[in-house]
Design a protein around this ligand. Sequence first.
Ligand code: NAP
Length: 274
Amino acid sequence: MIGFPVKHSYSAIMHNAAFKELGINANYDLFEIEPENLESEFRRLIKQDVSGFNITIPYKEKIIKFLDEVDSEAGLTGAVNTVKVNEDRSTKGFNTDGAGFIIHLTEIVGFAPDGKKVSILGAGGAAKAISIQLAKNRAKSILLFDIDRRKSEALASKLQLTFPDCDAWSVSDVDVLLQDKPDLLINATPVGMDKEDELVFDPEYFHRDLIVYDLIYNPAETALLREARRKGCTGVFNGLGMLLYQGVLAFKIWLEVEPPKQVMEKALREALAK
Ligand code: NAP
């Protein structure tokens, strides 16, 4: 994994557990690279015996110009979280964040976005990746709120342009996200990572049929999820599933082998419980 910082990442834990389970002689390493060294270090690393990389904050966009090819999903999102290094050392970028989220949402949570109303807090990298997938999976509407209004407006415009059947809007008041009575509410901001972070939503607007999905996985229960559970919301999920499935997809891209999902999930849960 390439990023700055990278120490916080749980990806090495799940991928190394998968290599061990499959008897693959490989290692997932973390490379903390300073911004001014990104290109030189990346070019140095791809010459070595590497099958691929994950890219994390703050390089998911910056890495694109150093790649030989980018797949259409990543191109649309404008961000790459997975790089495949081919035998001839050429590179191709992918984004498995959005696809990992949608696999978890549809196959594990059991939520079909088709015709549904979705509200998203945040319009940064993760919101971009998941909203594109939700629109692609025919969500009826997507409401976005970001403290930086320009970001939510830009993302809403991009969604409207690319997916005209999906009603995508940027709203200027966070309460509108819930007043619209969405089927699915997603937190795509870091708000909640700090245990002291307060709830940004008015709990009055939570309704029983609501599914609440927080992309944060550490802590496992944010103030948002705690409140949603207290209010009896129908489904309450943290970001562990998205983390797992973006990793599963990346593993398949790098090694063209089906990874052991249960082993990866167990490794993640054990690490997070510590
Ligand atoms: P990001 O690019 O920094 O986007 C977060 C956005 O939320 C920024 O535009 C930020 O604005 C905005 N924001 C911050 N506080 C807000 C508030 N109170 N109300 C509305 N908007 C607010 O970060 P990201 O990469 O998208 O990540 C977002 C979250 O998703 C993080 O917690 C990350 O850990 C999580 N994530 C989880 C997974 C997973 O696999 N589970 C994968 C990717 C990301 P400013 O920039 O102005 O602060």
